[in-house]
Design a protein around this ligand. Sequence first.
Ligand code: TRH
Length: 395
Amino acid sequence: MQTQPQSLTIFCKVVDNYGDIGICWRLARQLRQERGLAVTLWVDHLPSFHRICPEVDLAADQQQIAGVTIRHWRTQEGEFSREDITDIVIEFFGCDIPPSYMAAMAACHPRPVWLNLEGLSAEDWVEGCHALPSMHPRLPLTKHFFFPGFTNKTGGLLHESALEEERRRFQSDPTAMAAFLARLGVTPAQMASLKVSLFCYPHAPVAELFATWQDTGDAITCLVPEGVAVDAVQAFLGAAARPGATRTHGALTVRVLPFVAQPDYDRLLWACDLNFVRGEDSFVRAQWADKPFIWHIYPQDKNLHHVKLRAFLQRYSAGIASLSAFSQAWNKAGAEDTDGPAGWSALWTPLHADLPNIGHRAVDWRRQVLANGDLASNLLNFAALQRSVPAENKV
Ligand code: TRH
C-alpha cells in the first residue's frame, strides 16, 4: 500500500491579522517545493494573504502561486466529491471544513489523514495533547490534533530546509546586508547604529520605550513596518507613518518601512541587532535569526497569554534575568513599575548590556529546537504512519 502522502489540502480561516495565513502559506509552500506534494490552500480572506504575498490576485477564485493551488474559500456551501479529497486534510486552528467536503472525505477509501493544526504554546500540557485522536460524532472519520512546539513530544516548528544556509550566507555578506537595508531606505549612518525591528500589537508600550531610547547614549535605529504601533510612531514623527517617513530625536531614529513579503521579513530579522516580534509566525521566524528578540504575545481573555509567555520564557531565557523582566514588562505581565520612562530605562539598560549573551543563547536555542525535526517533516511522518495503519486498527 502507498503510505507516503502525495497530496494535501489546508483550510485556513483568517481570524485576525496575518499570522494564520502566514503559517498556512509557509507550510503549503514548503510541502510543495521540498516534498513535491500537490497542495491546495483554501483561504477565506485574500487581502490578508496579499499583504504577506503580493502576487495574490484578489479577484481570483482559483490561482496558482509557487506551485500551490490557492482557492478562495467564500462559503460553506460548495459541492465536493471523492476526487476533490487529498491524502492529508488540514483544518487550521479548528476551522470548520465545508460539510460537503467532510462527507466526501468519509466516502473515500482509504480515508484521508485529517489533522487539526493547533496554535503554538510552550506549556507542558501540549505534549499530552499532541497527536490525540478525536472521532467525528456522526461520520466515520477521526481527526488528530497536531501541535507545534518546542520539544520532541510535539510537532516541532516550521523551518525550511534551505533556511539555515540562506541566513548564514546573508549574515556573512555585509555587502548583501547593506544593499538589502539600503533598498528599504536605511542610510549608512543608521546601519552603523543599533538596528531594531519593531512588530507588535497596538497596545505595546512603544511610546514609553521610544522616550527611553531617545535619552540613551547609543544611537538606535528603530525600523517599523507600516501599520504597526501607528499612534506612537506618528507622535514620534510628528507626521503620518508612511513608508519612508523618518525622524531623529536624541539617540533614536525611527523609520517606517513598507510591509514586505515574507522572505524579505526574514532578511530584516537577520539584518537587525534586536527584533521585536509578535503572535506566532514572526515569533518563530525570530528564533531562526540567531539574534536577540522580544515577543509580544497575542492577548487572550483573563490574561491567559501571560501563562503562555512565562512558559516560553522558562524554557528560553536560560537565567538571563534582563530578558525575562523586559519581556514580561513589554506584555504587562511583570511586577515592575513601567508606567514611566524611568521604569523602562531600568529595564532597557541591563537588557542592552546582555544583548551579546542573549545572542549566544539564541544560537543554542535554535540548535536545541531544530534537533526535534521541523514541523512539515514531522507532519508528513505522522501522516505516513497513520496511512500505514490498517483501517480496522484505527482509533
Ligand atoms: O499577524 P499576527 O498578529 O498573527 C497572529 C498570530 O498568528 C496569532 O497566533 C493569532 O492567533 C492571531 O494572529 C490572530 O502575527 P504573526 O503570527 O507574527 O504573523 C505575521 C505575519 O506577517 C508573518 O507571517 C510574518 C509576516 N510579515 C511579513 O510578511 N512582512 C512584514 O513586513 C511583517 C512585519 C510581517
